[in-house]
Design a protein around this ligand. Structure first.
Ligand SMILES: Cc1cc2nc3c(=O)[nH]c(=O)nc-3n(C[C@H](O)[C@H](O)[C@H](O)COP(=O)(O)O)c2cc1C
Length: 325
């Protein structure tokens, strides 16, 4: 059992923050299948500080999904810390500070992964956030800005400061910022970080696409936890599979066609309840590729029907294709 303040995780595998995916529906489904902690996608600090924005339901946690962390992005330690405070006030259970995002528009504005080059900025942001919130404060970083020596040095400074200052959990994605999502995630530096700072709670991220890989990563590396990112898109079952393997039980059978159809319908309905139809349909489309991996023979027809213009057409197509009508 991992404990962060009043928060307890009954297994060390959690859902990653994924911008454009991990909103309420994905988070709630992950929780249903046994994921002990989820996060929002990255949110700009200014959202929290804008007097109206944080009142929008999409930026708030729902009663039935706790624990859920708010991930904060920004370019000023004080503003990020003030935003963190606001997110906690609207009900999030913890803060995750993002110093990992490699999106060009984020880097251009000196946010996210750009800050891997500024260990002092990261330190100040954590310390100020720590002062303002009494929940756990996590940080998400990468193994460096790029492959240069200077970048490696910055990485070690960031880890050392995190260990000294008491960061509650350091999540490390095994790619450099420069790499974005290219190439393979390199876990050697994540393992090395745990060796150098054994008291720092470290979770690893990168290429955790199957339950077998998730469990193997934890068993082989000596780190404290593993983060499931793309492997959980359209695949909330991965958490119950991980739990079974982690407990040395047999992997549960894959969801039947009907069970998967049922979850897809529910996912789509949840999306529709917070978005207008014209936005809900293309948004749900992003998840169908993930869902279709379980039943690839459904892929073509499902993707075709996602061009549908109305909610009813989508529902009927899922019902038909998944044997629910
Ligand atoms: C579409 C997408 C959106 C992402 N959004 C975020 C985000 O908002 N915050 C974050 O810290 N990481 C984000 N990530 C990075 C993931 O959390 C994770 O670290 C990365 O995908 C590596 O894990 P994987 O190879 O198992 O997918 C995102 C990744 C993808 C593919």
């Amino acid at each position: 059992m991992l404990t962060f303040g009043s928060l307890q995780l009954d297994m060390p595998f959690i859902q990653a923050p994924l911008a454009g995916y991990t909103d309420h529906p994905m988070r709630i489904l992950a929780k249903r299948f046994g994921c002990p902690l989820t996060f929002t996608g990255v949110m700009l600090d200014k959202i929290a500080l804008h007097h109206k924005a944080l009142k929008k339901l999409k930026f708030q946690p729902m009663d039935n999904e706790h624990p859920v962390g708010a991930q904060v992005l920004g370019d000023d330690p004080e503003v990020m810390a003030q935003a963190a405070k606001k997110f906690i006030e609207v009900g999030y259970d913890l803060i995750d500070l993002n110093f990992a995002c490699p999106a060009p528009k984020v880097l251009r504005r000196a946010r996210g992964g750009h800050l891997m080059q500024k260990p002092q900025f990261i330190r100040e942001t954590f310390l100020r956030t720590r002062e303002l919130v009494d929940t756990p404060v996590f940080m998400k970083i990468r193994i460096g800005y790029d492959k240069s020596e200077a970048s490696e040095e910055d990485f070690w400074t960031i880890c050392e400061n995190a260990a000294t200052d008491g960061v509650d959990m350091l999540a490390i994605h095994g790619r450099t910022v420069h790499q974005k999502y290219r190439g393979k995630s390199d876990w050697t530096r994540i393992i090395e970080a745990k060796k150098r700072f054994p008291n720092l709670i470290i979770f690893g991220s990168g290429d955790v696409l199957t339950p077998e890989i998730a469990v193997q990563r934890l068993r082989d590396t000596g780190i404290d936890g593993v983060i499931v990112a793309r492997g959980a898109i359209g695949n909330p079952w991965i958490f119950q599979e991980i739990r079974a393997l982690w407990n040395n039980n047999e992997k549960p059978p894959a969801p039947s066609l009907a069970e998967q159809g049922q979850v897809m319908l529910e996912h789509f309905e949840m999306i529709c309840s917070t978005r207008p139809e014209r936005k809900a349909i293309p948004y749900f489309r992003k998840f169908t590729a993930g869902y279709c991996k379980r039943h690839p023979e459904r892929k073509k027809t499902l993707l075709a029907m996602m061009d549908a213009k109305s909610k009813e057409v989508v529902i009927e197509a899922i019902q038909q294709r998944y044997g629910l009508s």
